[in-house]
Write a protein that binds this ligand. Structure first.
Ligand code: B16
Ligand code: MG
Length: 218
């Protein structure tokens, strides 16, 4: 079946912003009197900011009044924005431009499907915004991954039917969401963790253009 819509997650697929999310969450955890490890940060991948804070507070056994919760959300995001301020093209993950350029040249519709509310400024900073025909991010969805909403919306905006779409994702919740949307899935990262994906690659350096070509024609 011909794939007419290519949908990409952002954090962990196009750029490695997980490290900046980690630093900002760690700072907040330390401030609240407990540590937060990189291993624990794995659970935060693809998860909304609000849900991440809920999990963080559960980890630290911290009970919090509603307004304080909102303030910490703002504080974490302010720190995160400070980290991503200086991002540039050098932070695009290896061989991602190779694939985006090929698809653009072939006139294949592309969308971003991300849980992040900061997706647009990040794409601008790394100079990739112009590749995307549609951006669906954390500002546009009401139900977070693993709900398929983000990807179904992206398909709609690309005017492609879900079964004609392929999704590139690094998070378990993202693969689940794309599978639930009836799309073909490409897991980027650990194949064991992302075992529900149709195809698995460690990163884009493992993906050759022949594979992408097959997806667009098969
Ligand atoms: P923000 P993705 C996700 O992006 C991140 O993986 C996740 O760690 C983060 O909490 C979430 O975005 C929300 O990000 O705080 O910027 O709105 O992987 O779906 O592109
Ligand atoms: Mg991700």
């Amino acid at each position: 079946m011909e794939r007419t819509g290519f949908i990409f997650d952002l954090d962990g697929v196009i750029v490695d912003t997980a490290k900046y999310h980690y630093l900002a969450w760690k700072k907040l955890a330390n401030q609240l009197g407990f540590d937060f490890t990189e291993e624990q940060n794995e659970q935060f991948k693809g998860v909304s900011r609000r849900r991440c804070l809920e999990i963080l507070l559960e980890m630290g056994n911290v009970e919090v009044p509603k307004q304080q919760f909102e303030d910490w959300l703002v504080e974490k995001n302010t720190d995160y924005l400070g980290y991503i301020e200086t991002m540039n093209e050098s932070e695009i993950l290896p061989d991602v431009p190779k694939v985006l350029k090929y698809l653009k040249q072939e006139d294949i519709a592309m969308a971003l499907g991300s849980a992040s509310k900061n997706a647009r400024p990040i794409l601008e900073k790394v100079n990739l915004l112009s590749y995307f025909d549609a951006i669906v991010d954390g500002n546009e969805v009401t139900k977070a991954k693993p709900d398929p909403e983000v990807f179904l919306k992206a398909a709609e905006m690309l005017d492609a039917s879900p079964e004609n779409c392929v999704v590139f994702e690094d998070a378990v919740a993202g693969i689940e969401a794309a599978n639930a949307a009836g799309m073909l899935t490409v897991g980027i990262g650990d194949a064991e963790i992302l075992s529900q994906a149709t195809y698995n690659f460690k990163d884009f350096t493992e993906i050759d253009l022949e594979f992408i070509k097959q997806l667009t024609n098969s």
